[in-house]
Design a protein around this ligand. Structure first.
Ligand SMILES: [Fe+2]
Ligand SMILES: [Fe+2]
Length: 161
């Protein structure tokens, strides 16, 4: 029960942080340390709220798993980059966020389509930008990690947010 409340509280806090891009303070210097040059250029194109979220996930993951590979940390930082193909509309994200991930898979409603496909979209964008294939692979698996242990860890810490 406690974890359910914690999760709901976390979602509310994240929503509150989503309202204004100017309020987001992604720690770009920290991100730069874990990303290669082309990945960092790509990272700077992501909405600051998604950058901030990615960094929180990456820092929590690293705190719990100091032995984590650099590719996993980079994937955590960039994992929601696929959402950046669509302008960031807070209310749209809230409404779409209420629908469980994967529902409405065949929907032609653009926000739902982007939400459901953002792992694939993001991985493809990163590959095209010259990012590491291993990082792209982890991004692609971050909502459906199956038996990939690193993707499972990423999914776990993303879910805590
Ligand atoms: Fe995601
Ligand atoms: Fe996420």
């Amino acid at each position: 029960m406690y974890s359910v409340f914690k999760k709901i509280f976390g979602k509310i806090m994240r929503l509150a942080r989503s309202f204004r891009a100017e309020q987001a303070r992604p720690d770009d210097v920290w991100a730069h340390f874990y990303l290669q040059t082309l990945e960092f250029e790509f990272y700077l194109g992501i909405d600051p709220r998604d950058r901030e979220h990615g960094l929180r996930v990456a820092k929590q993951l690293l705190e719990a798993h100091p032995e984590a590979r650099e590719e996993l940390i980079a994937a955590a930082i960039l994992h929601d980059c696929g959402k950046s193909v669509r302008p960031y509309h807070v209310l749209e994200r809230v409404l779409v966020g209420l629908i469980p991930y994967g529902k409405g898979a065949g929907s032609r409603f653009e926000p739902i389509r982007v939400r459901n496909q953002h792992p694939q979209i993001g991985a493809e964008l990163l590959r095209k930008s010259g990012g590491r294939l291993e990082v792209a692979r982890l991004i692609e698996a971050h909502h459906c990690p199956q038996d990939d242990e690193e993707a499972q860890v990423l999914h776990f810490f993303d879910d805590l947010e």
